[in-house]
Design a protein around this ligand. Structure first.
Ligand code: FO1
Length: 336
């Protein structure tokens, strides 16, 4: 079976680890990774979401943090501080720097981000095919207003330096409108037997992937069943600050609101939906909510999206595997 997952950082990577535990050896998993979190620092290109998937599935992740390397040291960071060269707020460890050095050296030599990612994965053997959503530069910025006035700042500054403490007025995936899907992305979606939307941030992770022209349409028109898992449990994000960016796009931080924002596609699959002018094409056939959100099931089903309530807290490997199993089961139930 060919499984395609659109994934962001920590939540997505952890889910994928559980997915790997439940699939058979002959199944292929293709991950389309978000690159909107990418940031250029010290002349290097850092790809947080691609690296989190690669390190998590490859066994190098710092487990508690969910990002960066295990057994990290910080000599380079300390030396940069001595030189007074910032930013200090983004923690790049010595081992992690090697990834960014190899990536940046290859990009400078003319390799594409896809080729670089493939090369880095030769070392890490994540057990999935990891494709960047695009080889073109896309960087998510956030418009905020604070004492310094209204301005757009890089997503990482909003997330890491400000801890999303100020309201996000707008989320702008800079470059998305002219970006092209990376080689193999549209083909993987079209050839998929199952498409999964893991519990990643629906705005800045999965939303950014869908903002690359062609990707949302490809998912919406895919013959494979599309099943998502709610990143919101009991009205709050499990980790991170998804509620802050959901507010920026006018979506309530509830399990059903996130599903409705992705939209259902039962109507268009039945051929009865002429696709309202300007309305984004619906994506979902199925949606998993946590047992705490049992009362959200009816609203999701009313939108033509099959919905089930199962435990969605990735407390350990078994819980995560059970979630992945539930998602694959729901995919079979909604397969037309
Ligand atoms: N997140 C933090 O909260 N603090 C950090 O200092 C930090 C550094 C960092 C370095 C490399 C990397 O790949 C990720 C890093 N992250 C850090 C996490 C990052 O902000 C998030 O993983 C994603 O961008 C959001 O999913």
């Amino acid at each position: 079976m060919r499984i395609v997952a659109l994934a962001g950082g920590i939540g997505g990577a952890r889910f994928l680890r559980g997915l790997k535990d439940v699939v058979s050896p002959e199944d292929e998993i293709t991950v389309i990774g978000n690159t909107g979190d990418d940031i250029h620092l010290f002349g290097l290109k850092v790809c947080p979401d691609l690296d989190t998937v690669m390190y998590t599935l490859g066994g190098g992740i710092h487990e508690e943090q969910g990002w960066g390397r295990a057994d990290e040291t910080w000599s380079i960071k300390a030396e940069m501080k001595e030189y007074g060269v910032g930013p200090e707020w983004f923690g790049l460890g010595d081992r992690d720097f090697a990834t960014h050095l190899v990536r940046s050296q290859m990009l400078t030599a003319g390799y594409s981000l896809s080729q670089v990612t493939e090369a880095l994965c030769v070392r890490w053997q994540p057990g999935v095919r990891l494709l960047p959503m695009s080889d073109d530069r896309v960087e998510t910025h956030v418009r905020i207003t604070d004492a310094d006035g209204t301005r757009a700042i890089h997503f990482q500054e909003y997330w890491v330096r400000l801890h999303a403490a100020v309201d996000a007025e707008a989320i702008i995936p800079v470059g998305a409108d002219t970006a092209k899907p990376a080689p193999g992305v549209l083909e993987a979606i079209a050839a998929a037997d199952v498409i999964l939307l893991p519990p990643s941030n629906p705005v800045v992770s999965i939303g950014t992937i869908l903002a690359v022209p062609g990707i949302r349409q490809a998912v919406s028109q895919a013959s494979a069943p599309v099943v998502g898992l709610s990143p919101i449990i009991g009205g709050a994000p499990v980790r991170g600050m998804a509620d802050k960016v959901l507010a920026a796009v006018g979506v309530e931080a509830t399990a059903d609101a996130v599903a409705l924002n992705y939209g259902g596609r039962a109507a268009q699959r039945a051929g009865s939906d002429e696709g309202g002018a300007g309305r984004a094409a619906g994506l979902l056939d199925g949606w998993l909510v946590d047992t705490a959100d049992q009362d959200a099931v009816a609203a999701v089903e009313a939108a033509g999206i099959r919905c089930r309530a199962v435990p969605l807290l990735m407390t350990d490997a078994e819980a995560t595997a059970a979630m992945a199993r539930a998602a694959l089961e729901l995919a079979e139930q909604v397969r037309v």
